[in-house]
Design a protein around this ligand. Structure first.
Ligand SMILES: Cc1cc2nc3c(=O)[nH]c(=O)nc-3n(C[C@H](O)[C@H](O)[C@H](O)COP(=O)(O)OP(=O)(O)OC[C@H]3O[C@@H](n4cnc5c(N)ncnc54)[C@H](O)[C@@H]3O)c2cc1C
Length: 335
């Protein structure tokens, strides 16, 4: 157990805050012995979807439970269980090497396995819920291991029961994914098809899609090793179709996608760009020059500065479009 421990290396924003106590754990039994009733607790994965605005006055526990195991299979699927502390992209590469389909569109998303259902991560037309089978999570108060199937996780857009009803109550210890032996490829999102063409790939394969996604992501998104960031800072907002039509007549260039429930999902990046934020910088806090959805730390910004910038962005989008932006990144205010 470390005391007054810097978290700078443990969050991709690179914010230099301190945890009162810090430890890692590799086994569920270790986790059980570290949990102290009454001490605020934060379970940390790769720190790629977190903004710390202050020191954390409690215990930060970094999940390092490892292991990847095939647990069962049938004619169509292989069920693979992964420890929550496995790096997500390494898990994707394992699937590709073993010719297991379903997660190739989610290549190169930073972070660990444990946060994938927590956030219901998604990219290029695929979300974790599409390949999710079940997870095991340790109830921090009851000290019991609980199994959650897909329905019990109540997945939504970058949402799950662990961000709402069960917030801060569980540490996810493992996730089991249902991967397909007979792939059905999703290539119609983003620039995957164009990228496959550019790569001169005549046969679409799991690996080809993964390579295309990796290439697109590397060209579009800032690498946290170079500029601190947590990917998309805001969610794409959902509004009723009638409100979308009204906005279209005022702003003909507005970008929106029809949803099966009749609502429209707006491109938050476009709204932010129209408010003039793209490329904005104040001190070391900024809005990325190529991706308005990504807030960045150019070096020594504080979490508070990035949070205040996000407030200003939310307010300006509300003033101009009457649309409320919601943050995707998890904000921590001290405890
Ligand atoms: C450059 C970049 C690109 C990104 N692109 C995408 C993208 O395309 N799609 C997407 O969905 N996301 C994207 N993200 C966001 C991020 O990678 C994902 O949300 C990822 O799943 C976070 O994983 P993590 O292990 O880093 O979680 P952390 O940041 O460590 O934690 C996130 C939240 O989950 C909780 N948590 C983490 N692990 C556990 C656990 N085992 N048990 C209980 N709670 C836990 C934490 O307490 C925290 O509240 C991107 C981020 C970056 C930096």
């Amino acid at each position: 157990m470390q005391e007054n421990y810097s978290l700078r290396k443990y969050n991709t924003f690179g914010i230099d805050v301190y945890a009162h106590y810090f430890s890692t754990f590799k086994l569920m039994e270790e986790l059980a012995s570290l949990v102290k009733p009454g001490t605020p607790l934060l379970i940390l994965g790769g720190g790629s979807n977190i903004l710390f605005t202050q020191n954390y006055d409690g215990l930060v526990l970094k999940n390092e439970i490892k292991g990847i195991e095939r647990i069962k299979e049938d004619d169509d699927y292989v069920y693979v269980k992964a420890g929550a502390g496995e790096n997500w992209h390494q898990f994707v590469l394992y699937c590709i090497e073993n010719n297991l389909a379903g997660v190739e569109n989610l290549s190169l998303i930073p972070g660990n396995v444990g946060a994938t259902p927590m956030q219901n991560i998604g990219a290029y037309g695929v979300e974790i819920k599409d390949v999710f089978h079940e997870l095991e999570a340790y109830h921090l108060k009851d000290k019991a291991l609980v199994r959650f199937d897909r329905d019990a996780c109540e997945f939504g857009y970058r949402e799950s029961v662990f961000k709402r009803k069960y917030k801060d109550q569980f540490a996810i210890t493992s996730v089991t994914y249902r991967l397909s032996k007979k792939p059905s490829f999703t290539t119609s999102y983003g620039a995957i098809e164009q990228e496959l063409e550019k790569m001169n790939n005549k046969d679409i394969s799991i690996r080809a899609i993964s390579d295309a996604v990796i290439h697109i992501r590397k060209s579009k998104l800032p690498d946290p090793a170079e500029i601190g960031n947590a990917g998309s800072f805001f969610k794409n907002p959902e509004i009723p179709a009638a409100q979308y039509s009204a906005l279209q007549s005022l702003f003909p260039g507005i970008v929106g996608y029809d949803l099966p429930n009749g609502n429209t999902k707006l491109a938050a990046g476009w709204l932010i760009e129209q408010c003039g934020w793209k490329g904005y910088r104040k001190g070391d806090a900024g809005c990325h020059a190529k991706q308005a959805l990504v807030l960045v730390n150019y070096g020594h910004a504080t979490g508070e500065e990035i949070f205040l910038l996000s407030e200003e962005i939310i307010n300006s989008v509300k003033d101009k479009f009457a649309v409320q932006l919601e943050r995707e990144v998890n904000i921590f205010f001290g405890r």
